[in-house]
Design a protein around this ligand. Structure first.
Ligand SMILES: NC(=O)c1ccc[n+]([C@@H]2O[C@H](COP(=O)([O-])OP(=O)(O)OC[C@H]3O[C@@H](n4cnc5c(N)ncnc54)[C@H](O)[C@@H]3O)[C@@H](O)[C@H]2O)c1
Length: 270
């Protein structure tokens, strides 16, 4: 069902790699709700991914940008305004990557140049995106900026590795930049903390199947899917959530407030 919630709104969606990506599902839902947008991803992901299919089905253009490069981001923002015919109303930051996770380095055995790279891609890129938007005065009033995060920023999940620290940093950037964006431009900034979801980034985490099964059994509503996340993001882009800002919003079937569930208890009782 569609409610035309984003009719007339223009945006930028980062991070659609393939059909499993949360950003891919979000682009599809935003399109259904009448929003127009530019799709962007790192140049390397363009070669590996299937983003052209998504661009075709959502009638959108693609502008490659490495989210750690200010030059790329400036070009992205300028061109997006040209293509879409006006300032931006919504932005999705759906970007995450840890080189330590990729190389199999444990949290206790990090290579700090990898740590630095992962931090830049997964966390500082959010600051860079917002700083470019802010300095170019590229957002319309009552616009909405959302980044995706995970519960390991707040609680210990050992195999989430240095991504846990990156997500904590990302959530802090949302609050800190959200203050200035709200005060000066009437733009809201939030993070959505999503259940474990089977995507390329998600499945890169060691023990992911265990993660997802455990979260499913702990959550009274079960894990939120990528489409659930897409729908929540649409709501956050719409005018129905105009004064929600500086928040870390849980889209996790209730997981974040659970201590233990009957189902998890049962697996320990013989
Ligand atoms: N999958 C999960 O379990 C889960 C749970 C909670 C939060 N998240 C978060 O959701 C977001 C999206 O991840 P996903 O699960 O859809 O996986 P995904 O692998 O489909 O998306 C990650 C994206 O980041 C992009 N990216 C990496 N480096 C980049 C760079 N330098 N510049 C621009 N883009 C770059 C990749 O190309 C890819 O499109 C991430 O922030 C992730 O941490 C995922």
């Amino acid at each position: 069902m569609s409610y035309n919630l984003l009719k007339g709104k223009r945006g930028i969606i980062f991070g659609a790699l393939d059909e499993h990506s949360i950003a891919w599902k979000t682009a599809e839902q935003v399109h259904k709700e009448g929003g127009k947008f530019v799709l962007t991803n790192a140049p390397i992901a363009m070669r590996m991914g299937q983003i052209n299919e998504l661009a075709e089905s959502t009638n959108s253009e693609i502008i490659p940008a490495d989210a750690t490069s200010i030059e790329d981001l400036e070009n992205l923002v300028e061109k997006s305004i040209e293509i879409l015919g006006g300032k931006i109303d919504f932005v999705l930051h759906s970007i995450g990557m840890s080189v330590n996770v990729r190389k199999g380095n444990a949290y206790t055995h990090q290579n700090y140049s990898f740590t630095h790279k992962g931090w830049d891609v997964s966390a500082v890129s959010f600051h860079k995106v917002m700083q470019v938007l802010y300095q170019k005065d590229a957002m319309n009033e009552w616009g909405s900026i959302v980044a995706l995060t995970y519960m390991a920023s707040q609680r210990v999940f050992p195999d989430y590795n240095d991504m846990a620290d990156n997500k904590a940093y990302l959530e802090s950037i949302a609050r800190s930049f959200g203050y200035f964006f709200g005060r000066d431009k009437k733009v809201r900034v939030n993070t959505i903390s999503q259940s474990p979801t089977p995507t390329t980034a998600g499945q890169g985490v060691k023990g992911f199947d265990g993660f997802i099964a455990y979260a499913e059994k702990m959550s009274p509503l079960g894990n939120a899917t990528a489409i659930d996340c897409a729908n929540y993001t649409v709501a956050m882009f719409s005018d129905l959530t105009k004064r929600v800002t500086l928040q870390n919003l849980y889209n996790d079937g209730g997981f974040s407030n659970m201590g233990v569930s009957n189902e998890v208890m049962e697996s320990f009782m013989k």
